[in-house]
Design a protein around this ligand. Structure first.
Ligand SMILES: [Zn+2]
Length: 284
């Protein structure tokens, strides 16, 4: 699944390739990606056709393209969604679902093999779509409020990992980045928010930013080409992971084998020496 840095790479790609263009035609080739656009595919196409794209914005893992009508095209990549920028004559991708023809040398294509992603027109959503206004800012957002985050974390009785995955507190932190940030901060994910010191929260936030910046630096090198291609498997995941997916491998700080436990139908990875379990918490 694309995590926030990959979505930011897509946003930057859209910013350089489609912003300023006018949509000349829209083909919705499958109804599934526009299922959240209640008025249907024809309405979606009508609202976008003829509109100029004014920007490429992101909140957490949602992307939106403000239009000169005051509306916005709101999108989510889901598990496997891709935004491709291709010359109009390029062969259709196998899982091409929506095609936006533009008044320039390229067209924008939404491709999604597993079809959990989607697109909708957000009425009046150019500034900030109402559908995503409840989502907190992410830690790469210049307006993210570190002090407010710390206050909110330290009021919560749930574990810090669960808090990191709560989109109303902080957005864009998925399972991989949470495990990596907690390893950097030497904190077990079950440590209750209200038992953390302010300095612990600062370290977790620094850890989240460090892994995201590192992923961005590597993802950012791959999209100067003609198209933006995001599949959630950037080179970052092969080279730089310290905890996530490293079960049985020695911790690079202390040599203790990394442990895996199940967590919310997924897995958590941590070093049992650097990240001791909280003494008073029950296993969940
Ligand atoms: Zn360790």
């Amino acid at each position: 699944m694309p995590e926030l840095p990959e979505v930011e790479v897509v946003r930057r790609g859209l910013e350089s390739h489609v912003v300023g263009r006018t949509v000349t035609d829209v083909d919705v080739l499958h109804p599934r990606p526009v299922r959240r656009h209640a008025a249907g595919a024809a309405d979606f196409a009508a609202l976008v056709t003829g509109r100029r794209i004014l920007g490429a914005c992101r909140r957490g893992k949602y992307l939106w393209l403000p239009l000169d009508s005051g509306d916005a095209v709101l999108g989510h990549l889901g598990m496997s969604g891709q935004m491709l920028v291709q010359p109009p004559g390029a062969p259709d991708e196998r899982h091409l679902l929506v095609r936006f023809r533009l008044d320039g040398p390229r067209e924008l294509r939404f491709v999604d093999q597993r079809m959990f992603g989607g697109l909708a027109v957000s009425s009046g959503g150019a500034e900030l779509p109402a559908e995503i206004a409840h989502i907190a800012r992410d830690p790469l957002d210049p307006e993210f409020d570190d002090d407010l985050f710390s206050v909110r974390v330290r009021k919560k009785s749930s574990g810090i990992k669960r808090i990191l995955l709560d989109q109303t507190v902080i957005s864009g932190v998925g399972n991989i980045y949470a495990d990596e940030a907690l390893w950097l901060a030497r904190l077990h994910g079950d440590r209750a928010g209200r038992r953390l010191r302010r300095a612990d929260v600062t370290e977790v936030l620094a850890g989240v930013r460090a892994v995201m910046q590192s992923a961005l630096a590597q993802g950012g090198t791959s999209f100067d080409a003609l198209y933006v291609n995001i599949n959630g498997e950037s080179g970052y995941f092969d080279r730089s992971l310290q905890a996530y997916g490293q079960e049985g491998e020695p911790c690079s700080r202390c040599g203790t084998p990394i442990t895996r436990v199940s967590f919310m139908n997924r897995s958590s990875y941590f070093c049992p020496t650097c990240q001791p379990r909280p003494r008073r918490s029950r296993a969940r």
